[in-house]
Design a protein around this ligand. Structure first.
Ligand code: SME
Length: 169
């Protein structure tokens, strides 16, 4: 149904294509789980050198595993714990070049060496976080962080659990 072929010589071009594809794949769909599922598939396919890409959702003040691509992962993460919990508690992007140097890092996949976590905020509410993991040290830089934050900011309304309604027929 969706078959995007994203390829680019430079990072800004790749992210521009990725953001367009992410917009297209979620357009008109109000269900946040469906949108998170398609976005994790898209991110995992489009961004090189990832071993995990997916979402944790804010379930009453605790993060709970959402749609993802990669190995089976930890299900519940308290706010303030690990990289994801730190992003949720602070509502700030976490760019971790070496996960082994991050106090309290939660090792779901032992292969992970670097990580980028973007909080998802919509209408002042923390919806959850986007988590990207790589087996390469320092895989993510500030450009990745800025583009992923832009993607999440643009799509946060489609990831919110507030208004799940049947799709229009
Ligand atoms: N490493 C994360 C846990 C989630 S997994 O990487 C999928 C953390 O420290 O929060």
């Amino acid at each position: 149904m969706f078959d995007f072929h994203l390829s680019a010589a430079d990072k800004p071009d790749l992210y521009r294509q990725l953001i367009e594809a992410a917009d297209a794949v979620t357009a008109g769909e109000p269900d946040p789980i469906a949108n998170m599922a398609n976005l994790s598939a898209l991110l995992f396919e489009a961004l090189p050198d990832l071993n995990w890409a997916g979402f944790y959702r804010n379930a009453g003040g605790e993060l709970v595993l959402g749609p993802f691509q990669g190995k089976a992962a930890c299900i519940r993460i308290p706010f303030g714990k690990g990289v994801c919990g730190t992003a949720a508690a602070s509502r700030e992007v976490q760019l971790v070049e070496d996960v082994h140097a991050f106090p309290g890092h939660i090792a779901c996949d032992a292969a992970s060496r670097s990580e980028l976590v973007v909080p998802i905020v919509h209408d002042g509410e923390l919806i959850g976080v986007l988590d990207l993991d790589s087996p390469l040290p320092a895989r993510f830089d500030s450009e990745d962080a800025a583009f992923c934050a832009e993607l999440i900011q643009r799509l946060s309304g489609r990831l919110s659990t507030v208004a799940v309604v049947p799709a229009a027929r």
